[in-house]
Design a protein around this ligand. Structure first.
Ligand SMILES: [Zn+2]
Length: 242
């Protein structure tokens, strides 16, 4: 067991499930405290199936998305906090930014996961990564709320966007999620509003699994079937290059 924590900053209520559900389940299994912040519910931009039901309002869609994301977080073992800032467009006030700084100081994450820094299909996603990084830096500042425990320098990773090439996202880290794949799949199936993505993200995990395996070499005994790709944005500081 460990006393470590991790933080996920998700623009919309389902992003953390597709893109980091394996990391959450795996680290939780290894004893981490996992905190997920959903900046919005994705009520306008990522709830197409719910809107097609007809007679939906912004509030009923938000309620449905909150319920789905809460169930998925429960399955993965994460604490989830909804900022409800709205989506399409997401806008983050200074007040919301400082609320995220408070989360950093409370959680003291060992690492942070958020979106790719580019995404021409979705401007909410890079904004979420921007505020995740900005809040991290403020949380490090001695002069912000002096007396509180500042955070160290948790590595920042961009999880996988929907269209990797257009987002200039290249994985440099693969996380073997084989042992928790079933948990991730159950969490994915909570996302009834985006059922069209269930199989898509299963295929992504299988593809990344093959690539992860290729990167440890065929002599390695480890049987990786499912993986998540990450693009580490902060330099790794090591004492051994092997
Ligand atoms: Zn999203």
């Amino acid at each position: 067991m460990t006393d470590k924590s991790m933080l996920v900053v998700s623009a919309h209520s389902a992003d953390f499930v597709w893109r980091a559900g394996g990391a959450i389940a795996l680290h939780r299994k290894n004893g981490y405290r996992v905190k997920v912040v959903c900046l919005s519910f994705g009520e306008r931009g990522e709830s197409a199936k719910l809107w097609r039901k007809g007679e939906m309002t912004l509030d009923t869609v938000k309620a449905a998305r909150r319920e789905e994301a809460s169930r998925a977080a429960d399955i993965l073992g994460a604490e989830v906090e909804f900022f409800d800032l709205g989506d399409y467009p997401l806008r983050v006030s200074d007040e919301a930014l400082l609320r995220l700084v408070d989360v950093y100081r409370d959680v003291q994450p060992a690492f942070v996961l958020s979106h790719s820094q580019q995404d021409p299909y979705n401007f909410d996603h890079p904004l979420a990564m921007h505020v995740a990084q900005e809040a991290r830096i403020i949380a490090q500042a001695e002069g912000h709320n002096p007396g509180q425990k500042i955070v160290g320098a948790p590595p920042v990773y961009a999880f996988e966007p929907h269209q990797t090439e257009q987002c200039e996202w290249v994985p440099n880290t693969f996380l073997d999620i084989t042992e928790v794949w079933e948990v991730k799949r159950r969490a994915i199936e909570c996302m009834a509003g985006q059922e069209h993505l269930w199989e898509y993200y299963t295929r992504v995990a299988l593809q990344r699994g093959v690539q992860a395996k290729r990167n440890i070499g065929i002599t390695a005994k480890r049987d990786i079937q499912y993986a998540e790709g990450y693009m580490r944005l902060t330099p790794a500081v090591v004492g051994d290059l092997a």
